[in-house]
Structures are given as structure tokens and as C-alpha cells.
Design a protein. Structure first.
Length: 303
């Protein structure tokens, strides 16, 4: 009966926002739910990112909450086509809006939210600004109902969760894209949900609160598990080699080029010209590469 109900749900048309999300089973009962590349807007409800779902006989675990109350609802519509298990835990892998601003929706459904202490601090520091930006990009109607809500369970560096016989390990290795980034490791399936530690297919963004140095170290910490499947924070599920090239190699190339530029007496105004051309295949390269260069210059100038 369960299989019949799920098959029937899969045949029904999803609401428009849910149609921007596409699920892939990366291991038994384990899914990547990929949102579109591009900017947050009213159609995708801020879910321009990749999420994860871990299904057990005792409930489901969602990796990242969605960027808004309605964005969380759209995720829930997709989840209902994959399982009839309720979401009992939601893991926030960081402080970006699509990692946590849907928390209140899930808590209203009875789920508990888990996040690192540093992620919660970042969410509290930047939540008002993130809501202002989402309002400008999505509009008030799409953002309606979105209220900042924080973790029920927080941790320093590591948290373990066992649900329905499935072991889930959550690690905050240090700052990366945001100060509180964590990865989620399923040792039995060798599946890694990286949050914003990994971008695949599109260029990553080095923001004011990012740490390019810490990001390299965080990737190394994650990669030491040698996962068979990597579910990135942006882009499709892939293998470690592709994750390494699109994220780690990009960062180390930019930092190497910038170190040489700074050593040669370069100033921030010219830092945008350091050579990043080997990564021009990544989506949004023209939009973000020069901004990344200036951000990395500002960080490395004081290292």
C-alpha cells in the first residue's frame, strides 16, 4: 500500500515552486533534492541550492530547511513523493538563508532542528539582513510566513544521530562559506552531504563572512572520509574528484595566484585581474570571479 501511495503521488503534478526541485536517489533511502542555479526569486522561493533527505523506518532527516516558510513547504511536497515518513529532524548545515530560514515550518510539524553553535550565531547575526534581501528578490507574498527560528539542538564540533538504525554524523570543521558550515556523513552508505563546503557546476562565492583559508581546511576535513557520493550545497550529486576540482582546486588556485600578486606589491584594485580562467566553465563565473578575487585579497592581506 505504501508503494502504491508514493507511486500515485509521483504522478500528481507538484505545485510550481516544488517543480523547481528535482530529486535523485543517491543510495537506498537517501536523496539529493536539487534546486536551480541562478538567483533567488518568487518562483523558486529562495531554494536555489541542493538539499538532502535521509529516510529511516523511524522518520526522515532533512538536510537544510529551505530559504523561507513557503520554500520549506515546497520541499515538503517533494519529500511526500519520496516517503510517507514524517521529517523528524532537520539539520542546518550553515548560516545561508536556504539552510535555515524554513526552520519554523518544520518545527511546526514537530521536527527538531540541529545546527552548530557557530551556525546559530551566524543566523542570529545575519537573519534580519537575509530577510531584507529575500524580500527584495522574492517579494512579500513569496516570503509570507517566514520567521527566524533556531536550532533545538546545537553543538560545537560534532554531533551524532542514530535514527531507525541509520548512523548520521554531523561535523563542523571550521569556517568556510559561512562561519558555521557543517557536513553530514553517512558512513554505512559512504554518502556525504557537504552543505556550502562544496559547490559543483557553478562558481562558489567568497563572501564577507567567508574564510577562504578555513574553507580549504574544511574541504580537506570532509574529503578525508573519502566518500563515494558527494551531495554538494549547490549542484548535482557527484563523486569526490569533481567536487574537488570545482571547489578545492578553484579556491587553492585563487589563493595561490593572490599570494603571488600580494607578494609582488599588488593592491586591491588590480586583484580582480588574477588568473582564474581555468574555471571559466563554472556557471556565474563572470558575475562572481572578480568579487571573489577582491574578497580573497582582503582576507590574505591580513593572514
Amino acid at each position: 500500500m505504501k508503494r502504491f501511495v508514493l507511486a500515485l503521488l509521483a504522478l500528481l503534478p507538484l505545485p510550481l515552486a516544488a517543480q523547481t526541485l528535482h530529486s535523485t536517489e543517491v543510495a537506498p533511502g537517501t536523496y539529493a533534492i536539487q534546486g536551480p542555479f541562478g538567483q533567488r526569486d518568487a518562483e523558486n522561493l529562495g531554494n536555489n541550492a541542493t538539499f538532502g533527505l535521509i529516510v529511516t523506518d523511524a522518520g526522515a532527516v532533512l538536510v537544510d530547511a529551505g530559504a523561507s516558510f513557503k520554500g520549506a513547504q515546497a520541499l515538503d511536497e517533494v519529500i511526500k513523493t519520496l516517503t510517507d515518513q514524517p521529517v523528524t529532524y532537520v539539520i542546518n548545515t550553515g548560516g545561508q538563508d536556504h539552510r535555515w530560514l524554513g526552520n519554523s515550518y518544520w518545527q511546526a510539524q514537530g521536527a527538531q532542528v540541529i545546527a552548530s553553535d557557530d551556525a546559530v550565531a551566524d543566523q542570529k547575526a545575519r537573519g534580519s539582513m537575509e530577510l531584507t534581501v529575500l524580500d527584495a528578490l522574492m517579494g512579500k507574498a513569496a516570503l509570507a510566513g517566514t520567521t527566524p527560528a533556531y536550532a533545538d539542538i546545537s553543538f560545537g564540533e560534532h554531533h551524532s544521530l542514530t535514527l531507525g538504525g541509520r548512523e548520521i554524523e554531523i561535523t563542523h570543521p571550521g569556517p568556510a562559506h559561512t562561519p558555521g558550515d557543517s557536513y553530514v556523513w553517512l558512513p554505512a552508505q559512504s554518502v556525504m552531504f557537504t552543505g556550502d563546503i562544496v559547490f559543483v557546476g557553478r562558481i562558489l562565492g567568497v563572501l564577507d563572512m567567508s574564510s577562504s583559508k578555513g574553507w580549504v581546511a574544511a574541504f580537506d576535513d570532509m574529503a578525508a572520509h573519502n566518500p563515494k557520493v558527494v551531495v554538494p550545497g549547490h549542484g548535482p550529486a557527484t563523486e569526490l574528484a569533481t567536487a574537488r576540482h570545482d571547489t578545492y582546486d578553484y579556491l587553492t588556485n585563487l589563493r595561490t595566484e593572490m599570494a603571488s600578486y600580494i607578494e609582488g606589491g599588488g593592491e586591491i584594485i588590480g586583484s580582480v585581474e588574477v588568473d582564474q580562467s581555468a574555471f571559466s566553465y563554472l556557471q556565474d563565473f563572470d558575475m562572481l570571479a572578480k568579487r571573489n578575487a577582491q574578497a580573497v585579497f582582503s582576507q590574505m592581506e591580513w593572514e
